[in-house]
Ligand binder design. Sequence first.
Ligand SMILES: CC(C)(COP(=O)(O)OP(=O)(O)OC[C@H]1O[C@@H](n2cnc3c(N)ncnc32)[C@H](O)[C@@H]1OP(=O)(O)O)[C@@H](O)C(=O)NCCC(=O)NCCS
Length: 161
Amino acid sequence: MIRELRPDDGSILGEVFAGLSERSRYLRFHSPLHRLSDRFRAALLDVDGHDRLALVALVCTPDGPRPVGIVRLARTGPDDADIAIAVVDAMHRQGIGRQLLTALGDRAVELGLTRLTAEILPENTAAAALFRSVFPHGPTRRGGGILTLTCHPAEDAHPSS
Ligand SMILES: CC(C)(COP(=O)(O)OP(=O)(O)OC[C@H]1O[C@@H](n2cnc3c(N)ncnc32)[C@H](O)[C@@H]1OP(=O)(O)O)[C@@H](O)C(=O)NCCC(=O)NCCS
């Protein structure tokens, strides 16, 4: 199940963060983050569904639904937003990242966003492959130790998803 993250979803945010290895945290946040500070945590929960939107993926377990990944966008202009994603390590390579990113693309189109930008570390081949599997079109630029992928969600819309 995929739903919007809410400002009171602190436990979900914490659970997903706890499920990321040190390497995944580094790849996601571009720094070796051991814990979420109160300030950063508040920023990640500061979602309004329009300018700052996050989607969480939940899987069913015998103990109830567990959060396994979060994708988010932050509007940077009328047509543009920055995007980022993380899936807990135990659930990598099971299609969760693709489902989250596809759902985010659909929401972005609904919000009138035509250009999504992902900044990833050059060694992050998994993220590069994921972003381009969902959004094949758009330039990839390298500079300042970062790969910047531009994605066009309307052009790459997934009407059947
Ligand atoms: C990048 C990330 C979100 C991928 O999530 P995921 O749920 O494992 O991805 P999926 O299973 O949906 O994979 C979809 C496609 O992405 C590509 N991909 C994903 N992981 C890959 C890997 N390790 N190596 C190569 N390609 C990979 C493949 O094309 C894959 O399709 P396939 O499995 O049919 O070959 C996950 O590895 C992650 O959370 N990494 C740490 C955080 C991060 O790097 N975030 C990106 C920076 S914002």
